[in-house]
Design a protein around this ligand. Structure first.
Ligand SMILES: *[C@@H]1O[C@H](CO)[C@@H](O)[C@H](O)[C@H]1NC(C)=O
Ligand SMILES: *[C@@H]1O[C@H](CO)[C@@H](O)[C@H](O)[C@H]1NC(C)=O
Length: 453
């Protein structure tokens, strides 16, 4: 989990009950990913079939909604940025910049990718009508904000990402696709020896060559009209190509291979031999009869299908229990998505750590049970760090409780003693229903108070 959002106005960490409320708020948000209802209000309804004890016993609906309503992820009065509003320097993402930067930093710090990486776009659904929203016809989520994501292919860990704001400020002098890849790969921090898998939006001979200079291999589908794609027909597939037919050509260290599947597939790779005898099972029609046959396949295609899954799989992992929200405030959409990235990231790290420390014995959590356990522990943690008990729905019975907090014992003036004209008697006990401090020693003000209500 990233650190809790900072209270920007004063630049301090949240403290005491405010922090507890934020943990409870996050717990409710995680709960919404596990238990789905049609309206937020249903989480608090007492009638069948709802009647959930949580979140009702920890936070009232009004309070929860008030917190979400006033949720800010940055200093809402960032005058410096406001002044730049009409200039190119204006930061459209400032509304969530602090949390965004911290999360990206945490993703990079807590895991070092293995060997295979994939780069792709991810859509975060949104109905908000702002110009940053994008349309992508090939994605399950067609309308939303676009993120460029670099994921580790072996465990689908989101290692780096950035939000596309719609305006292209090229840091490389090349187009968006080239720049996106370069921006996602901090060569110094990452090191060399990786293979990056990219689809035909990104792959170009220029990109592959420039990655090679940084000791990173690249393999991906490629469009034939890319600059540097061999303009020759000697490696074209025959007109009536059959499944499994393949042709290749090399330009210096770069391999270009065409392969017939249901359609023609064109790939470019720096790290593959054209063909080493691998096959895939495919249904083919022979003499009018469908049958399953092994057909030859280039290595680049096989590895691409394994390697490219990183971002798709991480989308899926995030999608399964994604926290629910219906917000019109565009920057809050990112807040919810960031919660999901953080939870999935922790879940993947949990599995990795378990593999390292205890390879055979303990079964890791599923994502569902991980989220359940996380929710449970967050509430225990919140309970433990509350200076006064959580402002839940008011308890219906009177009971003595201690004002306990992490570091110091809180003591307040006993109400019964005060009323009786004895001013300086302090107690660490209060009644949870009446919310009144009362001595509970040999001198039982707790009892006296309640006997006289
Ligand atoms: C709701 O749950 C409480 C206990 O958690 C129970 O006492 C109450 O009868 C339930 N109400 C309904 C309408 O099911
Ligand atoms: C990376 O991909 C190659 C080719 O698919 C595979 O052989 C290798 O095991 C992968 N490495 C890791 C660490 O998963």
């Amino acid at each position: 989990m990233p650190k809790l959002p900072r209270d920007n106005k004063r630049g301090k960490s949240l403290s005491g009950n405010k922090r507890v409320l934020h943990i409870v708020k996050l717990a409710v948000i995680i709960f919404t990913g596990l238990v789905t209802v049609h309206k937020y209000a249903d989480y608090w309804r007492k009638t069948s079939p709802y009647n959930f004890s949580f979140p009702r016993d920890k936070i009232t609906r009004g309070r929860f909604e008030a917190i979400l309503w006033s949720l800010h992820l940055s200093n809402p009065t960032d005058e410096e940025n406001e002044r730049k509003k009409t200039t190119w320097e204006y930061d459209r993402l400032f509304k969530f910049k602090p949390l965004y930067s911290e999360l990206v930093e945490a993703c990079k710090t807590h895991f070092h990718p293995r060997q295979n990486l994939s780069i792709d776009e991810r859509m975060v659904a949104s109905k908000a009508r702002i110009s940053m929203r994008q349309y992508m016809k090939d994605k399950p989520t067609k309308w939303g904000y676009k993120l460029f994501v670099l994921a580790d292919s072996s465990i689908a860990y989101t290692w780096n990402f950035f939000v596309y704001t719609g305006k292209s400020v090229s840091t490389t002098g090349h187009g968006l696709s080239y720049t996106a890849v370069m921006d996602l790969l901090p060569f110094a921090a990452l090191g060399g020896g990786y293979t990056v898998y990219t689809d035909n939006f990104y792959t170009s001979p220029a990109l592959v060559q420039d990655l090679a200079k940084n000791f990173i291999g690249c393999c991906g589908t490629i469009r034939r009209n890319r600059i540097g794609f061999p303009k020759t027909q000697v490696n074209d597939l025959p007109k009536k190509a059959e499944r499994g037919d393949l042709r290749w050509i090399r330009r210096s260290n770069l391999l270009f291979v065409k392969w017939m599947d249901t359609r023609e597939v064109t790939m470019s790779s720096l790290v593959h031999e054209a063909f080493t005898g691998q096959t895939v099972r495919r249904r083919v029609k022979e003499a009018g009869v469908w049958q399953v046959k092994s057909v030859p396949v280039p290595d680049a295609v096989v590895d691409y299908n394994h390697g490219m899954g990183g971002v798709d799989l991480s989308d899926a992992l995030i999608g399964y229990y994604s926290v629910s929200h219906k917000t019109m405030k565009w920057y809050k959409t990112f807040f919810y998505h960031f919660v999901d990235i953080a939870v999935v990231k922790s879940f993947l790290l949990h599995k990795e750590l378990l593999k390292l420390r205890n390879p055979t014995q303990t079964k890791p959590h599923t994502q569902k049970s991980f989220r359940e356990q996380l929710l449970k522990e967050m509430l225990v943690f919140a309970e433990g760090s509350a200076a006064t008990p959580l402002p839940a729905s008011t308890p219906t019975t009177c009971m003595p409780l201690y004002y306990a907090s992490d570091d110091s014992r809180i003591r307040k003036h006993c109400k019964w003693c005060l009323n009786a004209g004895i001013p300086r008697v302090k107690t660490s006990v209060y009644c949870r229903k009446c919310q009144v401090p009362l001595c509970l020693t040999a001198k039982n003000c707790f009892q006296l108070w309640h006997d006289n209500q």
